[in-house]
Design a protein around this ligand. Structure first.
Ligand SMILES: CCC(=O)SCCNC(=O)CCNC(=O)[C@H](O)C(C)(C)COP(=O)(O)OP(=O)(O)OC[C@H]1O[C@@H](n2cnc3c(N)ncnc32)[C@H](O)[C@@H]1OP(=O)(O)O
Length: 644
């Protein structure tokens, strides 16, 4: 197929075309990428009855991200700008250099026994070597699974057991503000805990943290880089590119699978149609490679599009100040910045008037995109005022891998963005608001956000080795729909508003976490008879978890000591990113007469939301007891002085 430029369609036309004939719409987009064997069939269902895009066609993701650009004259363009205020480093890596490094590292992985279909876990901070490792896996047709560096050994162990990696690539350490986080002991502890043992680990030794190496198992990253370069392995479009774990309602995370073909087509489309990016321009997703945003928009999307991507190892504040983001935009002439609302709230908290932005030349910036959690209108307005560019809140999930609702700046006649709204459905996504019975709701009615099947290319085809959980989690509640787990509504003009999760998943600073998992961990403490974890409103992180625990009869322990132990337990088992800081002892938990804990009522109480007493409540006095504890401990927006 000969590549052709996408026509600049009006949004409404593109959207209608994508729903009227999805195969024809995506066949046209598929012509924008370089296949080894182009698709002849667009959409099918597999033996399990699950939708698959571009069956039988062949390509290589690393080729699309690197080789293609080098072959066609982009070799000397900077592919990756590594900006690390925590190590005082700025380095620029061209497409040619990134290809060279990737081909060497792929050769090294192959020497360690990694072949097509094998899994490789990557547990690293935001460093170029992590990007090289991802692209090297793609080059070999191996399946990478990046685990966010903030996760504790238990979480890593669970992922090791599920993915069963031949190799784990890690680093000796990361830097959180000015604190060294030694990764290697965490990795060693995780491997110790896991039942499955990888054959090798590859360790990037960083100057500020030397890791002890285990002879026979651990290999130095630089040694792996000395291997001869290898070329790209041809894979099928439907072969998995990566597994990315995300929290479900239980302790076992869900292994979201991303395939090669649909992913490449969707991300290439999104870079131009949603973000309006042209080859050669600079895109910065200020996130972590461990999240879907990092996969799609630090690594793959910008590279597919021939852009320069910024890889930032720092924080919005204190590295060294709340002007860091603006310094990066100015220094690297960033055209589009993408971050989570929490990052903007953190900056706003330290620089309320946005004065630091005035110290930098931000004229390169065209748009600020926000996602990962709901953006409150105050944060939206502050960002628009401070940056004087359109701010675009958009909505997607790890599962979709790319935006489902947005204001698409690459299409014409797009309704402008609006504070509080995530915009309009992106072509390919037939987004509906359903009631509890699965019937579409009229505008302005809040309900469950669902997407009519088939999902477009790039979305998860299944969960890793678990078709059944995939079906149960997303497809069976409302046949014919993907159920997102988020709630929201559409207004009379077609703008969508996403209000947050409707299940036991919470969103803390853009990190999706399971309250069910936290409850399982708290309940294992010998003092705890029963417990509930609520995701209460937090001015900085959007939400934060709070535990309410009932003590076992006769168990004596000071409330303060118990709280310390439970806080430490969550930190040790899940990680500091959970921001679990309160475990409050209560006499009883409110329940329905059938024994279901009334978490929603307690959350509403803590958040100061008006609510009606559930008619099924066992004993209404219990909510008064809970209120008294929240007041005494000053926990909850309604009762606290400073919740950050
Ligand atoms: C659309 C599809 C998706 O939703 S994909 C997911 C998108 N989500 C994101 O991009 C995440 C956005 N959030 C962030 O980047 C961070 O939360 C920002 C805004 C930068 C703030 O970071 P920070 O100041 O560290 O606060 P936090 O709440 O994230 O962290 C809480 C505690 O965890 C720690 N932590 C964090 N990261 C790491 C890490 N990599 N390694 C070790 N520890 C880590 C933090 O230091 C903090 O610890 P402590 O409680 O202060 O001791």
């Amino acid at each position: 197929m000969k590549p052709v430029s996408p026509p600049a369609l009006p949004y409404a036309e593109a959207y209608a075309a994508s729903l009227a004939d999805p195969a024809a719409f995506w066949e046209e987009q598929a012509q924008q990428i370089q296949w080894f064997e182009p698709p002849t069939e667009m959409l099918t269902t597999d033996a399990q009855g699950l939708y698959r895009w571009f069956p039988g066609s062949r390509l290589n993701t690393s080729y699309l991200a690197l080789d293609h650009h080098v072959h066609f004259g982009r070799g000397e363009q900077v592919a990756l700008i590594y900006d690390s205020p925590v190590t005082n480093t700025v380095s620029r890596i061209t497409y040619r250099e990134l290809l060279d490094r990737t081909a060497h590292f792929a050769g090294g992985l192959r020497q360690l026994g990694v072949e097509k279909g094998d899994r490789v876990i990557i547990y690293m901070p935001n460093v170029p070597e992590a990007v090289v490792a991802m692209l090297a896996c793609a080059r070999l047709g191996a399946v990478h699974s990046v685990v966010f560096g903030g996760f504790a050994p238990h979480e890593l162990a669970v992922r090791i057991d599920d993915a069963q990696p031949r190799v784990i690539v890690s680093a000796s350490g990361g830097m959180e503000f000015d604190k060294v986080i030694p990764y290697k002991p965490l990795l060693d502890a995780a491997i110790e805990k896991a039942s499955f043992k990888p054959a090798h680990t590859v360790i990037l030794q960083r100057p500020f943290a030397q890791a002890d190496m285990q002879s026979g198992r651990d290999v130095d990253y630089q040694k792996v880089m000395q291997a001869p370069q290898v070329g790209c392995v041809s894979v099928e479009a439907t072969d998995p590119l990566y597994i990315l774990y995300t929290s479900g309602t239980t302790g076992k995370p869900k292994g979201v699978v991303r395939d090669n073909g649909g992913h490449a087509v969707a991300l290439k489309y999104s870079m131009s149609a949603i973000y309006g990016m042209q080859p050669g321009e600079v895109f910065w997703a200020a996130s972590d490679i461990g999240w879907a945003v990092g996969h799609s928009y630090i690594v793959y999307g910008p590279l597919f599009q021939g852009c320069t991507s910024v890889l930032f190892e720092g924080k919005p504040v204190r590295t060294p100040d709340a002007g860091t983001f603006w310094r990066v935009v100015a220094e690297h002439r960033v055209q589009v910045l993408f971050t989570a609302p929490t990052a903007i709230r953190a900056i706003k908290k330290e620089d309320a008037e946005g004065q630091l932005a005035q110290h930098y030349d931000l004229t390169s910036l065209r748009y600020l995109f926000l996602a990962g959690e709901r953006c409150d209108p105050a944060t939206y307005e502050w960002a628009a005022r401070t940056l004087s560019v359109p701010v675009i809140d958009h909505w997607w999930q790890t599962e979709s891998g790319w935006p489902m609702l947005a204001t698409m700046v690459g299409l014409s006649e797009m309704p402008p963005p609006r504070a509080g709204s995530a915009g309009h459905p992106v072509p390919g996504y037939d987004v509906q608001i359903l009631d509890e019975a699965g019937e579409p709701l009229p505008p302005t009615h809040t309900g469950l956000v669902a997407v009519r099947l088939p999902l477009p290319p790039g979305c998860l085809p299944t969960l890793w080795h678990d078709d059944e959980r995939f079906r149960q989690s997303y497809l069976t509640t409302f046949p014919g729909y993907y159920l997102s787990g988020d709630g929201g509504f559409r207004d009379a003009e077609g703008y969508f508003f996403i209000m947050g999760r409707v299940d036991d998943v919470i969103n803390v600073a853009g990190h999706r976490l399971s309250t069910g998992e936290m409850e399982e961990l708290l309940a294992a403490h010998p003092a705890v008879a029963e417990c509930a974890v609520l995701g209460i409103a937090c001015p900085l992180r959007g939400q934060r978890p709070v535990g309410l625990v009932v003590l076992k009869d006769g168990y004596t322990i000071g409330e303060e000591q118990l709280e310390q132990e439970l806080v430490q337990l969550i930190r040790d088992q899940i990680g500091a990113l959970a921001s679990f800081r309160n475990a409050l002892v209560v006499k009883r938990l409110p329940k329905t007469r059938s024994g279901k804990i009334l978490r929603k009522s307690m959350r509403q109480l803590a958040d100061g939301e008006a609510f009606t007493m559930p008619s099924t409540i066992d004993d209404p006095a219990i909510l008064d007891e809970i209120r008294a504890v929240l007041v005494r401990r000053q926990v909850g927006l309604a009762f606290e002085k400073d919740s950050t």
